[in-house]
Design a protein. Structure first.
Length: 404
């Protein structure tokens, strides 16, 4: 069986590519052995991948035959034949990048982009950013094979549309995929490319897990910025729930927030009392200039004692909720990310988490902060596009479209 369950002797070109990309079979002989295909059939299917420019030959590897002989030539996924575009939207700021197919950031831009300006304006501006970034990276527009977009709201994975997003007014049900594809074409003159959209915490979790914790089979990332959300990666795949609502941690009701009005319209949500936005409001009430989670981050970086005290208090509230999350999911890694992801907040999380969760649930748990920082969403969005485009079933479709 191959990685996608294709029966021996029936593996397609896409299945062979996946075996090479995953490192499970990287020579012709190994592919024959794993798939049960004849030498001639393996050669024919590999030839299609070579003609598409997706495979290349590497150095000599181990000898395939037990009888000895010359080392076999290894096969490698050629990550230079295309690039991926990615963007990560926050409420008042965005980042965009050109990435290689292996996830290396080749060119990057960050700047003010206000989500409340609406999807038409924001996505149109992203199209302009992508055109400039491709030029900066030295790549043609027709070398971009897809776009990944991280947004701060729940996303229906089938349609790519956000569903009742509390902090994205005007975006509910909007055709993000279509508008961003058009914006890219308008600013580059290139044809349409596939656009994938997912929640920002999901893509941050995906990027962090694949980069720093690839062997962790249950990984949870909690992003605490303007709002609070969580991304869950189980056995290497994002867990989204039925319609993209998994991980909406910020809208769990907590007693401390009984009288706090959340941006979703309800009272008592965790985000209303423990998000970066909530901490900013409390600071502003004391005369400290703060309007968003990013302002709180800057105050924490400067050692502001009031911000540190409130961040630790917010961490305790989040840690209390995370005790249930950890008991339910039993993850190996719990990562704290976002504007508040510093020592005061993390201290507060640990205080309540270890106090409230069962010892068995935390015995093998690592509570850490982000490794990729502001780039986590970009890396995750890029990886999402690559895994989509080079999935075995899609490889077959694309090879036929290329005429190989």
């Amino acid at each position: 069986m191959t990685g996608r369950g294709q029966a021996r002797g029936q593996a397609r070109a896409g299945d062979l590519l996946e075996l090479v990309r995953s490192g499970r079979a990287t020579t012709r002989g190994a592919l024959q052995q794993v798939t049960g295909l004849s030498r001639a059939t393996v050669g024919q299917r590999l030839d299609r991948l070579f003609r598409a420019g997706w495979l290349r030959e590497g150095a000599g590897g181990p000898v395939d035959s037990p009888l000895g002989g010359r080392p076999s030539i290894t096969l490698e996924f050629d990550d230079s034949h295309a690039v991926v575009l990615a963007a990560d939207l926050d409420t008042r700021h965005a980042r965009a990048a050109v990435l290689s197919l292996s996830g290396e950031i080749l060119a990057e831009h960050g700047g003010t982009l206000v989500i409340e300006d609406g999807p038409d304006a924001v996505l149109g501006e992203l199209g302009r950013w992508f055109a400039e970034l491709l030029e900066k990276a030295g790549h043609r527009a027709d070398e971009a094979c897809g776009i990944g977009l991280a947004v701060p709201g729940p996303v229906d994975n089938d349609t790519g549309r956000v569903v009742q997003p509390p902090i994205m007014p005007g975006w509910d049900g909007y055709d993000i995929r279509g508008r961003l594809a058009r914006a890219f074409s308008e600013h580059t003159g290139a044809g349409a490319v596939p656009v994938l959209v997912d929640n920002d915490a999901n893509l941050m979790a995906y990027g962090e897990q694949r980069t720093a914790y690839p062997d962790c089979s249950a990984f949870v990332l909690v992003k605490v910025s303007t709002g609070i959300g969580a991304g869950v990666v189980v056995d290497g795949s994002i867990y989204r729930g039925i319609d993209g609502g998994a991980g909406d941690l910020g809208h769990i009701r907590v007693p401390e927030g009984a009288e706090a009005l959340c941006r979703c319209g309800s009272y008592g949500c965790l985000a209303a009392v423990a998000s970066g936005g909530a901490v900013a409001r409390r600071l502003a009430e004391t005369g400290v200039p703060a309007a968003s989670g990013s302002d709180v981050r800057d105050l924490l970086a400067s050692g502001h004692p009031g911000a540190a005290a409130l961040a630790r208090e917010a961490g305790r509230l989040v840690g209390d909720v995370l005790a249930t999350v950890v008991t339910l999911l039993n993850p190996g890694v719990l990562m704290i990310a976002g504007d508040l992801a510093g020592t005061p907040f993390l201290t507060g999380v640990r205080e309540l988490l270890y106090q409230r969760a069962l010892p068995r649930s935390t015995a093998h748990l690592d509570v850490v902060t982000s490794r990729l920082g502001d780039r986590a969403g970009l890396v995750g969005a890029g990886a999402l596009v690559v895994e989509y485009l080079y999935a075995p079933e899609r490889v077959e479709e694309r090879l036929l479209a290329l005429g190989v």
